[in-house]
Structure formats: C-alpha cells, structure tokens
Design a protein around this ligand. Structure first.
Ligand SMILES: Nc1ncnc2c1ncn2[C@@H]1O[C@H](COP(=O)(O)OP(=O)(O)OP(=O)(O)O)[C@@H](O)[C@H]1O
Ligand SMILES: [Mg+2]
Length: 227
C-alpha cells in the first residue's frame, strides 16, 4: 500500500525527513510515533500529496508520487481517507454536509449518500448534532466529524494524524474500536499518536518510530504496561 525509498523532505535548511525507507502492506495497522517535531505530520502530508516528493521515491495506493502530476492528486485522494491534526472541517457547514461532501464529489446517488452518512454519524455518536453547524461543536465533536469524513468513503488507506488527541479516554477507546473495525475489513491504517493508551488498544499493530526525521528503534517505555 505504501512503499518509501530514501524519502527525504526539507523546509529550507531544516530536513524534516531523512532517508526514510518503509513498506506498509495492504491491511496493516501502523502507529507512527515520535516526539513533537520528529516529522510525523510531514510524512503524512507527503503520503497524500499535500507536499511534493522532491527527494527519494514514494508509492501510495499504486500512485508513484514522484512523477504524479498535480491534476492526478484528486485520484490519489479518492483512495486515501485523511484525518488532519487540525481537523480542516468546514465550520460554516453542518455535520451532515461536511461528511457528505466527500461522497458528493464522487457523484454518488443521493439516497446512497444519505444512508452512508447517517450510518457513520451513528457509529461516531453524533446523531444529535447531525444538522448543527460545525462552528458550534466542541473540539472533540469536530474531531469526530473529521474522522467520520475520512471513513465514509471506505478508503483503501486511512492516514490519521493524532485522531484522538482532543478526546476523553472512553471516547478515544471507542474510536480506536472503529478504526480497528475498518482495519479488520481490509483498510490499511497509518496513525500518528503520542499516547501509550492508544498504542495499547491495538497490540498487534506495528510501531514505526521517528526521531529527528529518521526511522529509529521505538523506545522501550512505549511498550511498558501501566502501573
Ligand atoms: N510548514 C512548515 N514550514 C517550515 N517548517 C516546518 C513546517 N512544517 C513542519 N516544519 C518542521 O518540520 C519538522 C517536522 O514537523 P512535523 O510537523 O512533521 O512534526 P510532528 O512529528 O508532526 O510533530 P507534532 O507531534 O508536534 O505534531 C519540525 O522541525 C517542524 O518545525
Ligand atoms: Mg504533527
């Protein structure tokens, strides 16, 4: 699903990613860990075409990102569901509209859109907010809208950047369960997280640890059980 070969990325003189080699197979669940500034978001942004691959090679869902033309990026994004660290939902639209948008641009019939949007709204416990403008939602509710939007298209690959960062424990656990269900049905998931509790929800997942832009051994404390 993802194949990276000596992928590097710089912001001016700052190399945010250095020589990343990584292979993620179809159906895998991968946690991306690392300190703030290690390069997790930069890697995610490269993977869905928000930053250009300027050095090294990257193939995602069959697309060679190095040679990918700008006008082909929407085709890549059709296969990839993304949960951004800062949500990027449309605050002047309702919950329903935000989630439906991804299906509308795919020209799905209205009845199918309605069914799928309602199902995912139910799964994420947002029924009461279906027609609320997103600017009136709490941070955690907005985050759930962002997650719903990434999932509603049944993507081959979900890239989720700290998707449970604003949520309380119970809700994070519930959402991890939903991510896991998607994964069980064959969706590949790459999730950035700082939280050991989140890592522990999917013990069989692979951990890819970034340190200062390089892939490194995950530190032992990530695996330790809570006292
Ligand atoms: N738009 C940008 N312009 C310049 N430098 C950037 C930009 N975005 C990120 N960086 C730099 O790239 C490096 C990696 O940042 P990145 O956002 O990928 O880290 P991260 O691992 O996602 O951190 P966090 O856990 O805080 O989200 C940092 O040194 C950061 O300052
Ligand atoms: Mg980040």
């Amino acid at each position: 699903m993802i194949l990276l070969n000596r992928l590097s990325y710089n912001f001016g003189s700052n190399w945010a990613l250095k020589d990343i080699n990584l292979e993620v197979g179809k159906g895998e669940f991968v946690f991306l860990t690392g300190h703030s500034g290690a390069g997790k978001t930069t890697l995610m942004r490269l993977l869905y075409g928000a930053l250009p691959v300027t050095r090294g090679q990257a193939t995602v869902a069959g697309f060679d990102l190095h040679s990918l033309k700008k006008r082909k990026i929407p085709e890549l994004r059709r296969e990839v569901g993304v949960v951004f660290q800062d949500f990027k939902i449309l605050t002047n639209r309702t919950v329903f509209e935000n989630i439906a948008l991804a299906l509308i641009v795919r020209r799905m019939p209205k009845s199918t859109i309605d069914k799928r949007v309602r199902a995912i709204i139910r799964a994420l416990g947002l029924e009461k907010k279906t027609y609320t403008l997103c600017e009136r939602l709490s941070g955690g509710e907005q985050q759930r809208v962002a997650i719903a939007r990434s999932m509603v298209v049944n993507p081959k690959l979900i890239l989720a950047d700290e998707p449970t960062g604003n949520l309380d424990f119970d809700l994070s656990m519930h959402l991890m369960d939903i991510f896991r269900q998607f994964n069980t049905h064959g969706t590949t998931v790459v999730m950035a997280t700082h939280s050991r509790e989140v890592l522990q929800t999917i013990p069989e997942a692979r951990i890819v640890h970034l340190e200062d832009g390089c892939i490194a051994e995950p530190p032992a404390h990530l695996f330790m059980e809570d006292e």
